[in-house]
Design a protein around this ligand. Sequence first.
Ligand code: PLP
Ligand code: COI
Length: 367
Amino acid sequence: MATAAKSPLSFTVNRNAAPVAVADRTKVLADPGFGRVFTDHMAVIRYSEGKGWHSAEITARKPLMLDPASAVLHYAQEIFEGLKAYKLADGSMATFRPEANAKRFRDSARRLAMPELPEDLFVGSIDRLIDIDRDWFPTVDGGSLYIRPFMFANEVFLGVKPSAEYMYLVIMSPVGGYFKSGAPAVSIWVSQNYTRAARGGTGAAKCGGNYATGLVAQAEASKHGCDQVVYLDAVERRWVEELGGMNVFFAFSDGSLQTPPLGGTILPGITRESLLTLAKAEGLTVREEPYAIDQWKADAESGRLTEAFACGTAAVVTPIGRVASADGEFKIGAGGPGQTTTRIKQKLVDIQRGVAPDPLGWVHRIG
Ligand code: PLP
Ligand code: COI
């Protein structure tokens, strides 16, 4: 089984002969939005059964040619990751805990019956790509380079079985904030019609299929004027699990923090794990325990719960101000960012951006 072992592959580099003009790039970097603008290059590695990983290259970002019978187009054998690169206070470039994303990518691969990409190829492909597209860091405040590694099945065959051929790619997008509204806190819609994952399913894997089935729930949230959907467990329809693209935390008046436990149905977020570590180091009481939606409402109304926030690579740490459902809505605290959320976010961001010390070695410098 391929794991974190070192791979002897080296990358061929084919520079983009027609990169985006400097003036156009400068303009987009000042206000990139999220996920609509891309850098000049991409990384590609192929996998073939019997041959293993091969043909690693950094090349011009361009459309792919796919046979219409490529397995991914029919059975959705696809996984992805999301992480960010930052320009640090001292001008160097770094990613945040890329080894953790490499591990989750291998875990997702196993769940989707795909080959595991060795850690050095995952991290190395990203480092090489950032190095070549180093002029693509946004200039907007709080901006970063969002990195999207992904892998899909491309054997040309309509039988239902694990593909014998795969493509792994990395693309990058300069980004600002994830939420368009720019509001100090987001609103969330409790999905009572749809669930995201059940025990034995793919909830803990970062596979495209999870997001495809969530689109209708997210559309329902938008229709009700909410920024994100929050899912409840699939069995009792009562326990808060996570948001469409983020984990969730609760902060209480006694200073404690709580987040739903991992158990196969939610994504093990790297931001979630980092915040748990930082909060514990600060001496906060932190619980990884189930939290019921009716309790959330009661605690928000009684004042026992003072804050709630979403966390993830794209969202970083975003306060939740309002929770709505078909049964009505409730506000959290004063409806804006609270003290604990603001403090813990700052702690994380300061490490990510090289402003604060990094005792756990989370910051991976490039070049
Ligand atoms: N949950 C879901 C469903 C996500 O898509 C994400 C984002 O990647 C997260 C949680 C947070 O994970 P991370 O902090 O690793 O970005
Ligand atoms: C991320 O935070 O990296 C994600 O994949 C979430 C998605 C909503 C952009």
